[in-house]
Design a protein around this ligand. Structure first.
Ligand code: F0G
Length: 464
């Protein structure tokens, strides 16, 4: 066995499914990849999917649905209002998360638009463990300030802390005691996407809840990967090993006033999202904006058939065999890379492996965006698409207008759910290990054209 696979295989579990329908993929040649990358303005978001061999850009909406989800699509009730599909979907959300009042939205960020429009006014402060980029952008869009109060362990590569996504409780309490009048709500992101897919412990959720109660602030959960988070709680907290995934989910949600979810992740669907709340006053206020932005409150931008697939997907995502295999794939790739001396966030997170771009490319200064540079090199090496989660994604400081170089420069290899095999992952790992041997040849980039909002999606770059 190849040495870099020796420890990684510990995580190798048989797929808890077999393949019934396949999508052929094809690797174009190196020259064609270079031409495609130049035509894309050195921005991997601008590539055509046919120019990609293995697509690890995101785990959002890119997974495979089960036969039960495809069958459920046929039952979609497309009534504009009051559809039976909505009732089935609402029932699944209620059953899993316990919130009685549910507003579908077409994806996560439309839920964020609804929430932030209702809760925020200019000058407000919004604490979170670590905002995802769309959440931060929606906070800023309301002229409020996004604050990241995650524990410092998340920035420590060697720490084995099992819950690096935790909120720093003393910083939260300090903020609320000093500037609580400017804080309309508190957010918690599970798992913590921008910090490596790191989980938040049940104890930390409870502590955040206690602080929120003390200061009378509502707590909302950014729940895109809340089911993977529940898996880590069960696996990594000895006090919770006896609990089922569903019990853990309920205990987490019982601490919150509401949740929103980009269902394109743990909902196991290609499109969808929702907001769920406990209190009628929240529901009534949010519903008004939901109807304005996303459509009537029993479909919220989704077709009835999409609601059906989501109702089934949410329940499937709590299956232990699925969660063990999924997180095992992530751990497998992370272990393979670490064995070869490539620095990745650790312990492995839920949905992706994050490679440290600065460590991989020590010859590149932060101004040359080492993680973006590495993601481009990986595409050229194997037709593999990843994404920069670093200074480009963080954008500029709203006050000073400066690039935010503080923080990490990561290349995220996000694994679509139930989609790629271990052999695909080994192909990715081997290309990275080869690249590492000649890392000095990786070229840095600068902005050619920079867009002002969510610039990583649509800017173009040039080689330095
Ligand atoms: N919150 C988190 C934690 C997310 O990861 C995302 C999306 C959103 C909110 C927004 O949801 O895309 O449905 O509008 N994350 C994707 C990703 C885009 O690639 O990680 P959306």
């Amino acid at each position: 066995m190849k040495p870099h696979l020796a420890r990684a295989v510990q995580h190798k579990l048989p797929e808890p499914y077999y393949i019934k329908s396949v999508v052929p993929i094809h690797q174009i040649g190196r020259d064609e990849r270079e031409a495609a990358l130049n035509a894309a303005g050195l921005n991997l978001f601008n590539l055509r999917s046919s120019d990609i061999f293995i697509d690890l850009l995101t785990d959002s909406g890119t997974g495979a649905m089960s036969q039960y989800q495809w069958a459920a699509l046929m039952q979609g009730d497309e009534a504009y209002a009051g559809s039976a599909s909505f009732e089935r979907f609402q029932g699944a959300v209620h059953e899993l998360f316990g919130f009685p009042l549910v507003l579908p939205t077409h994806q996560g960020r439309s839920a964020e638009l609804v929430l932030m429009t209702h809760f925020l006014k200019p000058g407000d402060l919004v604490p979170n463990n670590l905002h995802f980029d769309t959440t931060a952008a929606h906070v800023q869009y309301q002229k409020a300030v996004d604050l990241n109060l995650v524990v410092q362990d998340i920035y420590d590569w060697d720490s084995e802390q099992p819950f690096k996504g935790n909120m720093d409780i003393s910083r939260l309490a300090d903020l609320l005691s000093k500037e609580g009048d400017k804080v309309p709500l508190v957010l918690l992101t599970l798992t913590c996407n921008s910090g490596g897919g790191q989980p938040v412990s049940l104890r930390n959720v409870r502590e955040v809840k206690e602080v929120c109660e003390l200061y009378g602030k509502p707590l909302f959960l950014d729940s895109a990967r809340i089911i993977e988070n529940a898996w880590f709680i069960q696996q990594r907290d000895p006090a919770c090993t006896h609990m089922s995934i569903r019990e853990i989910l309920r205990q987490v949600c019982d601490c919150a006033d509401g949740m929103w979810m980009s269902a394109k992740k743990d909902g196991l669907v290609n499109i969808g999202g929702f907001i769920a709340v406990r209190r009628r006053e929240h529901y009534d206020a949010l519903r008004m904006y939901e109807i304005l932005f996303d459509g009537f409150s029993t479909y919220g931008g989704m077709a009835g058939r999409d609601l059906e697939a989501l109702a089934v997907g949410l329940l499937e995502a709590t299956e232990p065999s699925y969660l063990a295999h999924r997180t095992g794939q992530v751990a497998y790739l992370a272990t393979m890379l670490r064995e070869a001396g490539i620095r990745t966030t650790w312990p492995p997170g839920g949905h992706a492996v994050y490679v440290d771009g600065r460590h991989f490319c020590p010859h590149l200064p932060v101004e040359h965006f080492p993680a973006q540079a590495l993601s481009l090199a990986l595409y050229l090496a194997g037709g593999i698409r990843s994404v920069e989660i670093g200074s480009i994604l963080r954008g500029r400081d709203p006050q000073s207008g400066e690039n935010r170089y503080e923080g990490l420069d990561l290349v995220r290899l996000a694994l679509p759910r139930r989609t790629y095999s271990y052999t695909h992952l080994e192909f990715v790992g081997e290309r990275l290990i080869e690249l590492k041997q000649d890392a000095g040849s990786i070229r840095g980039v600068r902005f050619e054209q920079e867009t002002p909002v969510l610039r990583h999606f649509s800017s173009s770059f040039a080689w330095v």
